[in-house]
Ligand binder design. Sequence first.
Ligand SMILES: C[S@@+](CC[C@H](N)C(=O)[O-])C[C@H]1O[C@@H](n2cnc3c(N)ncnc32)[C@H](O)[C@@H]1O
Length: 289
Amino acid sequence: MTPGEHPSCDDPGWDTNVAGREAAQLQGFLERLFDLSGVDLSGYGKRALHRRLRSVIKGEGLSGLGELTERMHADPCFLARVLDRILLRVTTMFRDPPFFRLFRQRVVPVLRTYPYPRLWVAGCSTGQEAFSLAILLREEGMYDRCRIYATDINEAVLEQARAGLLPLASLDEYEHNYRAAGGIRCLSDYYTRRETAAVLDPAVLDRIAVFRHDLARDASFNEFHVIFCRNVLMYFDEALRERVHRLFRESLVRLGFLGLGQSEALQLTRHESAYEALAPRQRLYRRVR
Ligand SMILES: C[S@@+](CC[C@H](N)C(=O)[O-])C[C@H]1O[C@@H](n2cnc3c(N)ncnc32)[C@H](O)[C@@H]1O
C-alpha cells in the first residue's frame, strides 16, 4: 500500500490492520495511564480491558481513547474514577462461604502450631476479605498473635479498608455469608451502624496492616503462612499470572496455604505440582514443594 491509500473492508489485511491499530492505540493509552497514575495495566487481559474502556468511554459520553486520555490528564479526580472502574473493586465479606468454612476447619488448626502466623490478602479491595479473616481468627482465639497484610494497587480502596467501613446496603448479605461460613456469633457484634456506613470495631482492625502493593511490579515483602489472592488473577494475562504465581510460591512457607477465587485454578499453570488442593471444589491449596 502506498501513502494515502487506505485499506478497505474487502482487503484481506483489513481485520489485522484494524486490530493492529486498536492494539497500538491501547498501548499508547496504557503508557499514558502509567505516566499519570503509576498503574501498569499492560499485563491485563486485553479483551476485558477493551470492554471496560468502551463502557467508560460510553458512560462518560466521550469520543474515544484520545478524549479519555485528555480528560484524565486534565482532571485527577476523573483519573481516579476511571482507574476505579477499570480495576473493579467488587468484594463482599465471607465471599464464597464454603471457602471460609473449609479455611476454619483445615487451615486454622495448622496456623495454631505457628507462634506468629502471617497472612497476606493480595488485591484486598476495600478490605472485606481481610476483615473476614480477622473476625474468623478472633473467634478461634488466635487473632492476637496473627498479622494480616492487606494490599491493593488502588489507593482509593485502601483508604476505605483502613477506615474499616462497610456499606449499609450490604450488611444483610454479609450477615448471611458470615453464618453460612460457620460464624459463631452475629456479625453485627463486630460493627457499629452510623448514618452513612457501618464501622468495624478497632479490635477487628487492630492486626491488619493496609498498604499499596502492585502485583505486576513489586517484590514480596515477607514470608507468609497464608496468601489469599481471590478474583484478581482472572483479569491478568498469562504472563502476568505466571509472574504472580512465582511471587506467591517464593513468598509462602513450605506447607503454607494459597487461596484463589472460584474461577481461578492452579491447574494448567507451571505451579500446579507445587500444591495440593484441600478439597475438590474449593480453590484452597497447600504448598507441598
Ligand atoms: C474484584 S476485586 C477482588 C477483591 C477481593 N480479593 C475479593 O475477592 O473479594 C480485584 C482487586 O484487585 C486489585 N488489583 C488489580 N490489579 C492489581 C495489581 N496489579 N496489584 C494489586 N492489586 C490489584 C483491584 O484494585 C481490586 O481491588
